[in-house]
Design a protein around this ligand. Structure first.
Ligand SMILES: Cc1cc2nc3c(=O)[nH]c(=O)nc-3n(C[C@H](O)[C@H](O)[C@H](O)COP(=O)(O)OP(=O)(O)OC[C@H]3O[C@@H](n4cnc5c(N)ncnc54)[C@H](O)[C@@H]3O)c2cc1C
Ligand code: FES
Length: 236
């Protein structure tokens, strides 16, 4: 998509709210992460899940598309680190690409991407081209590359070489496991939550998450305060 205003200001971890049809049906926009920024071009990648993403997949090249964004105040923090681990699963792979590109040159990067099976593996070549310290691809059923869960490969490497940040985005069970591991091992960790969303701008409470960083727990909006949070600051 050509969108210079978005491309100029977007940060890794931010997302777009996309109107998927001209007719106003479905009414709610669909949240999709920013995958890649390249000049005036903003790229996103999505899986067709239901009605909304099916309609989105039917847009013709050259047509206009109504998008709100970039959204989300909680973004991945890009700065100099010594070693980082980036872990993603399924569609959670997409927001990690721009992050990885922006971290390149600032730190040693190990990337761990997990998928259910061979048919769902995505963006392997694109990550390879960035030039990483290490890229591990896992499938739950062993139909491609390493068999097992990406987190187990990450843990094994961290035991040998410490990291000073873990970045994660993926299905809830993966995020829960990464968060638990990071907290137990005292490793700073940023997680991106892909909650179901309604409005995408903090108006509907459709994306509430328990925030535990203050004195009293409270509910925050993933769409506004996130989607990226410090793992220690939210209960998932
Ligand atoms: C911040 C954010 C970023 C996202 N980035 C991407 C992305 O880069 N690429 C991508 O393919 N998808 C992404 N998603 C998920 C995407 O928004 C949903 O798949 C989409 O809204 C489904 O709409 P639909 O009308 O096609 O399906 P619906 O008819 O609304 O639902 C179809 C099925 O998908 C499930 N579903 C809907 N929303 C979600 C969700 N958020 N997480 C898990 N399951 C869901 C439903 O439970 C149902 O089973 C993101 C979600 C969020 C919140
Ligand atoms: S989606 Fe409406 S408040 Fe977050």
């Amino acid at each position: 998509m050509k969108a210079p205003e978005i491309a100029k200001t977007a940060k890794p971890g931010q997302f777009l709210e996309i109107k998927v049809s001209e007719t106003g049906e479905p009414f709610l926009r669909r949240p999709i992460s920013i995958y890649n920024l390249d000049g005036d071009i903003v790229e996103f990648i999505f899986q067709v899940k239901g009605k909304g993403t099916k309609l989105l997949s039917e847009f013709e090249i050259g047509s206009k598309i109504d998008i709100m964004g970039p959204l989300g105040f909680g973004t991945f923090k890009v700065q100099e680190y010594n070693n980082v681990a980036i872990i993603g699963g399924g569609i959670g792979t997409y927001p990690l690409y721009e992050l990885t590109k922006e971290l390149k040159g600032k730190t040693n990067i190990n990337v761990y991407l997990g998928f259910r099976d061979k048919n769902l593996v995505t963006c392997e070549k694109e990550f390879e081209k960035i030039g990483l310290n290490k890229l591990v691809i896992t499938t739950d059923d062993g139909s491609y590359k390493e068999k097992g869960f990406a987190i187990d490969f990450m843990k094994k490497d961290i035991e040998e070489h410490k990291v000073d940040m873990i970045f994660a985005c993926g299905p809830l069970p993966m995020l829960k496991a990464v968060r638990k591991y990071a907290i137990e091992n005292n490793i700073p960790c940023q997680i991106s939550l892909e909650e179901r969303m309604g409005c995408g701008i903090g108006a509907c409470l459709g994306c509430a998450v328990k925030v535990i960083s203050g004195e009293e727990p409270r509910y925050g909006h993933v769409c506004k305060e996130g989607p990226v949070f410090n793992a220690q600051d939210v209960e998932i």
